[in-house]
Design a protein around this ligand. Structure first.
Ligand SMILES: NC(=O)c1ccc[n+]([C@@H]2O[C@H](COP(=O)([O-])OP(=O)(O)OC[C@H]3O[C@@H](n4cnc5c(N)ncnc54)[C@H](O)[C@@H]3O)[C@@H](O)[C@H]2O)c1
Length: 421
């Protein structure tokens, strides 16, 4: 049977909308046709308009014009964090099904508003919690569901973001300030909280959290440092120097014509000249101690779930290696998840190792999660399967994060996730 080709529109053709999803959907031309794009950045609009073969009449630089009418079967929302809620509600009103980039929203009220709109207009939405689609995380799910570790008692999870990624996204970049982005715990760790809630397998009861912005502030600026790296005497010494992170590192990677994070400084084909111009003039060339940022650079939390499962989670900017590390402690065994492998340790038996390289068969970011999410979104819209990250099943992590932020602001007190007796 001939497959239906879904028409899709993309709101925000940046790193995620244009590069991760737009480019992949354009490749999967037997399933998707990109019919309209919208971005306030005219350079990106032109670049992705040409790359994704969207005609000029369907490239919009204003959200209001774009939303004047429905332009496709589905809408991909990939703008800044704090815009997602309003845009998603507008999309449902127009009758779109939605692929919604994480985070769903920064505030509990916004999450509830989106869910209400979805129910009211009867639309489908999938949240881009891409890790849930990676075979690595699916393997953990399978081992827990098969009872290999007995009863799950505790999840120990950590996300060392790594120093250059953190300074790129949460100091210099879009997510540095809660004016445009969700708090760091939501913006960066909604993946982890979604995974933890999913594996715990019950609603979360209570949460406590402590955390702070401890380093990337003017007080920690080295003596004699300047507002921009290009004017700074420490340009060749500071590990956070924009020259080191965006130009030298790009060269070490073989000067790719289009790869993250340099794709956020310049459109493809990326050149040294474009990168230099971006760090001379743009946000990514600012001194990391003078960006007016307020995102926490370290945070820890404890969670208690209604079925008795407990979890602890730690996120930090301060590490070289960016790999998530999870241990699932059960009554008859434990599972360790690292960048290289999932290891099953049934007590008293030899460990069984599942190498990541054997599990991940498709390319792309997030252990194949980006590409497999797109396959799943297509099947969801064809009515062939329920998306694992359907909007209505993706809210627990956000409720946990909202309670954790409340706890952090109150010095780490225990906060109930739901207002119930
Ligand atoms: N799923 C993941 O793993 C993952 C990874 C990184 C980022 N994200 C999320 O994806 C979203 C986009 O991040 P990104 O890295 O692509 O950022 P980006 O800056 O590369 O892209 C955002 C785009 O939105 C555009 N935009 C801003 N306001 C707009 C408006 N009013 N109308 C139309 N376009 C507008 C910007 O010009 C930009 O091109 C964020 O919410 C981020 O948290 C998700």
């Amino acid at each position: 049977m001939k497959k239906k080709i879904l028409s899709v529109a993309i709101l925000g053709v940046g790193s995620r909308g244009g590069n991760a999803y737009g480019s992949e959907m354009h490749k999967q031309s037997d399933k998707f046709k990109i019919t309209a794009i919208c971005d306030v950045n005219k350079e990106k609009l032109k670049h992705y308009g040409e790359l994704l073969q969207v005609d000029e009449a369907n490239r919009f630089d204003s959200e209001d014009t774009f939303f004047a009418e429905r332009r496709a079967d589905a809408l991909i929302i990939c703008t800044f964090d704090n815009m997602h809620a309003d845009e998603c509600v507008r999309a449902f009103e127009l009758g779109y099904d939605v692929l919604l980039e994480k985070p769903v929203a920064s505030k509990r009220e916004d999450c509830l508003r989106i869910i209400e709109a979805q129910e009211k207009y009867g639309r489908r939405a999938t949240v881009c919690h891409v890790l849930r689609y990676s075979p690595i995380y699916e393997k953990v799910d399978e081992l827990i569901q098969d009872g290999k570790i007995g009863r799950l008692v505790h999840i120990e999870a950590s996300e060392p973001v790594n120093y250059w990624h953190f300074s790129h996204s949460f100091v210099r970049g879009n997510s540095g300030s809660t004016e445009r982005a969700a708090p760091m715990l939501i913006s960066k760790c909604c993946h982890d909280l979604d995974l933890i809630a999913h594996y715990a397998g019950a609603e979360c009861d209570s949460v406590s959290s402590i955390g702070a912005l401890s380093f990337f502030t003017p007080l920690n600026a080295p003596d004699g440092s300047a507002d921009r790296c290009v004017d700074c005497k420490l340009i060749d010494d500071c590990p956070y120097s924009a020259k080191k992170l965006y130009i030298e590192r790009w060269h070490r990677l073989g000067a790719p014509i289009n790869s993250w994070p340099t794709a956020m400084l310049a459109t493809a084909p990326i050149t040294e000249e474009k990168l230099l111009s971006a760090i001379e003039k743009g946000p990514y060339g600012r001194c990391v101690f003078r960006c007016g940022n307020n995102a926490c650079d370290n945070q820890t939390m404890h969670m208690s779930f209604k079925n008795g499962v407990k979890a602890s989670f730690c996120v930090t900017a301060f590490n070289e290696d960016a790999s998530r590390r999870y241990i699932f402690h059960g009554t008859y065994g434990a599972i360790e998840l690292t960048a290289d492998a999932v290891t099953l340790r049934e007590y008293g038996k030899e460990p069984v190792i599942y190498p990541v390289s054997d599990m991940v068969k498709v390319g792309g970011e997030h252990g194949g999660g980006d590409v497999r999410l797109i396959y799943s979104f297509y099947r969801e819209l064809m009515g062939e399967e329920k998306s694992p990250t359907a909007l209505e099943n993706s809210m627990e992590g956000y409720l946990i994060a909202a309670a954790a932020e409340e706890s952090r602001m109150c010095g780490g007190i225990s906060v109930r996730v739901r207002n119930e007796e």
